[in-house]
Write a protein that binds this ligand. Sequence first.
Ligand SMILES: CC(=O)SCCNC(=O)CCNC(=O)[C@H](O)C(C)(C)COP(=O)(O)OP(=O)(O)OC[C@H]1O[C@@H](n2cnc3c(N)ncnc32)[C@H](O)[C@@H]1OP(=O)(O)O
Length: 399
Amino acid sequence: MSDYTVRTLRPEETRAASLVFRGAMHLPPIKDEDWAVAQRLYQPERTFGVFDTELIGTARSFDAEFVVPGGRRVPLGAVTAVGVRSDRVRRGVLSRLMRAQLTDLADRGTTLAGLYASEAVIYGRFGYGPATTEQSFEVDRRRAVLRAEVPAGGELELVGPDAFAERMPQVYAAIAPSRPGMMTRPSHWWPLAELHRRWTENPVVMVVHHGPSGPDGYVIYQVDRKHWNQPSTLEVLELVTASDAACGGLWRYLLGVDLVDTIKLPGRPLDEFAPLLFTDPRRCARTEGGDGLWLRLVDVPAALAARTYEGEPVVVEVADPVLEDNSGRYRISPGGVERTDRPAELRLDVDALAMLYLGAWRASALATAGRVRAADESALTRADRLFATETPAWCGTHF
Ligand SMILES: CC(=O)SCCNC(=O)CCNC(=O)[C@H](O)C(C)(C)COP(=O)(O)OP(=O)(O)OC[C@H]1O[C@@H](n2cnc3c(N)ncnc32)[C@H](O)[C@@H]1OP(=O)(O)O
């Protein structure tokens, strides 16, 4: 086994980290003219590197706030840009990075860590579990007709490219994050949106809906139209609405965009209502679905205490081999969460706890898969009720 050094990178080393990550993802290096923007993604002290003779693996995180069931916001470490050089994989480099990063996040008092996984087999062993589910739709724009009852909507504002960088953060902060699973977008996130606009061939368009008390919805999209006689697609990059009028107004707008055949709506929440808006719901067809945000409870007692519950108490024994302080028994009830010596009614690993945490998965389903071990059926029934949520969690922010 090689000797490795694992440490946080200095600002002048982040470009090498970007090169390692992008190489691992089969992406070209960031060009000189874009680096001034890209380097703003790097929150100081938050990029880890693994070295043998040189840098061979990296992972970074940035701070945000995350909405948990019940509406409270907790500190989130948003983990991204994970990559190991292809000639050094499967030698434990990622394992060292994950251990260092999680220990660091715990020392900083972070409650949760979150990431989007390139492959679903990577992060479970480090305590991450798929905690939100997303689905995608395609609207046959030329044949789709809105139902007459859909609200007309209020005033719309087309945000020009010059105003984008200023308006987007304002509008996002005013409307989101509202539902469980959403997160704030700190200064270390916004350069991603700017890089996307620089790198995409098709113009990115933002339209804001104004309600009686200010912005209450927006859509960001781009249209891919290769040639005048080929079908063209409008891809919705973001659609957030906080009122029925905003929803109706923005959908009327989208259907009215000329020269478009198909509207693609990727990464939507499980309770997406778009098909209900059309006289023929099949004109808004579900095309795919799968895992969205992966969560890791970094501080299990703080994370469990932050969300709300309904029903009867249950005693859960959590095993966390990476952050061992989390291991132990917790009595979870609507009145609060406490460590306890009472006998365990459910036993599970910390990655399975992440799958329960936002209500995406039920304890009884995890038990069927052997991921939760229950003393009896009643403990499962109580856990199903305790962790259930009214609104399916959805993040809507990629990083
Ligand atoms: C949040 C994000 O940034 S997602 C992007 C993640 N990055 C990528 O997908 C880029 C391409 N892939 C890579 O860079 C690397 O293969 C990584 C980062 C996924 C894994 O790095 P490695 O250093 O090879 O991982 P490491 O050797 O520590 O593996 C730990 C364990 O996970 C397993 N593992 C790691 N990656 C994979 C994988 N892609 N598929 C299957 N198993 C994997 C290993 O086999 C090992 O299992 P073991 O403990 O049973 O022996």
